[in-house]
Design a protein around this ligand. Structure first.
Ligand code: SF4
Length: 506
C-alpha cells in the first residue's frame, strides 16, 4: 500500500506507521508490490505549542477501493490513566486518529486498539509491578490504548497469573528448548520450518547425532555458568514422529546430561495424534517428561480435511485416552480459532470436546497466515481483519474456560492474525507451562538446541537480551554455509555476555 508520512516528532521511525497500517490492511507491503493498489495511508504527527502548554496532534487518512476514512486527534487537555511521557502522548494521538479513520472506512473496531509491537501482558505486568492497581491497568488499556474491555481483562488477569508463577523463581533459573523440525506431513496453515518430506527424513539420524552433541555442550555450559535448569521443552515440528529407539537415544542423552534436581517441568510435543502410541508415551514418560501436548486443532472431521491435517478426530480421542492412561502430570491440547470452513458452533464444539476430556492445559490459538503457509495461496482463506467468527470464538473460549476453572497464564499476538485476535494459554491452577512464560516474557535465559531454535540470553537485571539463532533448516544445521557464522552452540557469545554482566555488577 502507499504510505505518506509527515512525522514532525523525533520518536517514530516509518516502521511504527507500517505496523499500525497492517492492523487494518493485513499482508500489505511497503512500498506496494502492486502499483495499482487503491490502499493508501496518510499520517501527520506534530507537537503543537511551547513546552508547558504543548500537546500532540495527529491527522490520519486511510483509503481503500475508492473510499476513505479521515480523522484527527489532539492530546490537548487529555488526562492519561498513568503518568505519561512525550512518546506516550504522541503514540496516543496517532493511534486514536488511526482507529477513528479505520472504523469510518471499514466499519469495525480493533479488539487490541492501536497496541502493536508491544506485548500486552508484559505491558500490564510492568505497570502492576510498578504499583498500579489492576483496575488502573485495565483502564490504561481501555481508555488510553483503546483496547476492548474483554482484552483488557484478559491482559491484566494473565499478567497477575504470571506474576504469581514467577514469584520464587530463582534469578539463575533457565529453560531449555530442543527442536525436532520434522513432521509426518505438512498441514496447510503451517508456517513453521519443518521437513515433511520422506526424502528429507533420511537426515534424521545425522540430525539426532548433531543435536545430542549440542545438548551435551549446552549442559556443560549451563553448569559452568551456574544456571539451574528449571524447564525443558521438546518441540518442533512433531518430536513424537521419531521412532522409539531414536527417541530413547535422544531422551536418554537429555536425562544423563543435565541435573534434574531443580527441574519443575519437562514438556514434550506429541502434537500429531497420528504419531501417538501407548508404547511411545510410556517411553517418553519413563525419561521424566511431565507434560505432553496432543493437538487436535479442531474436532471437526471436515475442518481437519480442509486444513490438510492428516489425522482423524477418532485418532485424537484415542491419543487423548492413551495420554491420560500414561499418567502425565499435565496434558495439553491446542485448538485454532478462525480455521477455514469452521464456524462459531464448530469451534464451540471442539472446545467443549476437549474440556470434556478434563485436560489440565488448553491453548487457544487464532489462525495467522504467514508466507510459508500453503493456505496463503487460497483467496477464500486469505486473512480477514474483521474476522467476526474468530473474534467470537476466542471470546467464547475465554468465557467458557474461565468459568470452567481454567486461568489464562500466557498470551501473545502475531501479525496477520484473523480478527486481530490473540493466542492464549489456559490452565487449571498449578498446571501452567512455565517454559512458555519464561520464553514469552523474556525474564530468564532460555538455551536452545537444534535447527531453527533460538537461544535467548537475558541479563540479571532483565535490561539486556541477546538472541543466538541456529540455522533455520535441518540441512543448514548439519551443513552450515560459510555465511552462517554461529560456532558451536554460540558458547563464546554466551560466555562473553555473562562476563560483561558480571563485570557490570562489580
Ligand atoms: S504438525 Fe504442526 S508443525 Fe507439523 S506441519 Fe502440522 S502444524 Fe506444522
Amino acid at each position: 500500500m502507499k504510505l505518506f508520512i509527515d512525522n514532525r516528532t523525533p520518536f517514530f521511525n516509518p516502521y511504527y506507521f507500517q505496523t499500525m497500517c497492517v492492523l487494518y490492511f493485513p499482508g500489505e507491503k511497503f512500498p506496494p508490490k502492486d502499483d495499482a493498489s487503491t490502499n493508501a495511508a496518510y499520517f501527520l504527527l506534530e507537537k503543537v505549542g511551547s513546552d508547558n502548554t504543548s500537546f500532540y496532534k495527529a491527522k490520519v487518512r486511510l483509503e481503500s477501493g475508492g473510499r476513505f476514512g479521515e480523522a484527527e486527534f489532539t492530546t490537548d487537555g487529555y488526562v492519561p490513566v498513568i503518568e505519561a511521557d512525550d512518546e506516550f502522548f504522541a503514540a496516543l494521538a496517532v493511534g486514536k486518529a488511526f482507529l477513528k479513520a479505520g472504523k469510518q472506512l471499514f466499519g469495525f473496531s480493533l479488539p487490541w486498539g492501536y497496541l502493536t509491537g508491544l506485548r500486552p501482558v508484559k505491558r500490564a505486568k510492568y505497570y502492576l509491578e510498578k504499583g498500579y492497581g489492576a483496575d488502573a491497568v485495565r483502564r490504561l488499556f481501555t481508555d488510553d490504548y483503546s483496547v476492548s474491555p474483554q482484552k483488557a481483562e484478559l491482559s491484566v488477569n494473565t499478567a497477575l497469573r504470571e506474576i504469581d508463577m514467577l514469584t520464587g523463581i530463582d534469578s539463575n533459573a533457565c529453560g531449555l528448548y530442543i527442536s525436532i523440525p520434522f513432521c509426518p506431513t505438512r498441514c496447510e496453515y503451517c508456517s513453521f520450518v519443518s521437513y515433511a518430506n520422506k526424502k528429507l527424513f533420511s537426515l534424521i539420524p545425522e540430525y539426532i547425532v548433531k543435536l545430542k552433541s549440542d545438548i551435551i555442550k549446552t549442559a556443560a555450559l549451563i553448569k559452568e555458568l551456574g544456571f539451574k535448569l528449571t524447564a525443558i521443552y521438546i518441540g518442533g515440528g512433531t518430536p513424537s514422529m521419531l521412532e522409539n529407539s531414536r527417541l530413547s537415544d535422544l531422551l536418554g542423552c537429555v536425562y544423563s546430561s543435565f541435573d534434574f534436581s531443580d527441574l519443575r517441568e519437562y514438556s514434550f510435543e506429541a502434537g500429531r495424534p497420528d504419531t501417538v502410541t501407548a508404547e511411545k508415551l510410556n517411553l517418553i514418560k519413563s525419561y521424566g517428561v511431565t507434560r505432553i501436548s496432543i493437538n487436535p486443532q479442531s474436532t471437526s472431521e471436515r475442518v481437519l480435511k480442509r486444513i490438510g491435517r492428516m489425522h482423524t478426530v477418532g485418532q485424537f480421542f484415542e491419543a487423548a485416552e492413551i495420554a491420560k492412561k500414561a499418567g502425565f502430570a499435565c496434558v495439553n491440547a491446542d485448538l485454532i480459532a478462525g480455521l477455514p470452513g469452521d464456524s462459531e458452533e464448530g469451534f464451540a464444539k471442539s472446545l467443549d470436546d476437549v474440556m470434556a476430556l478434563d485436560f489440565e492445559n488448553i491453548t487457544v490459538h487464532t489462525l495467522s497466515i504467514k508466507n510459508a503457509a500453503e493456505l496463503r495461496f487460497d483467496p477464500e482463506t486469505l486473512y480477514d481483519p474483521a474476522g467476526e467468527t474468530a473474534k467470537k470464538c476466542v471470546a467464547y473460549a475465554y468465557d467458557k474456560l474461565t468459568a470452567g476453572g481454567y486461568y489464562p497464564y500466557y498470551l501473545y499476538r502475531q501479525k496477520n492474525t484473523v480478527g486481530n485476535a490473540e493466542n492464549t494459554g489456559y490452565a487449571k491452577a498449578g498446571y501452567e507451562n512455565l517454559y512458555n512464560v519464561l520464553m514469552m516474557e523474556e525474564c530468564s535465559t532460555v538455551f536452545a538446541c537444534g535447527a531453527g531454535a533460538i537461544t535467548k540470553i537475558v541479563s540479571p537485571d532483565k535490561e539486556r537480551i541477546e538472541r543466538i539463532a541456529f540455522p533455520k533448516y535441518p540441512f543448514e544445521y548439519l551443513y552450515p554455509s560459510e555465511k552462517q557464522t554461529l560456532s558451536g552452540i554460540g558458547e563464546d557469545t554466551i560466555r562473553r555476555f555473562f562476563q560483561e554482566e558480571g563485570l557490570k555488577s562489580l
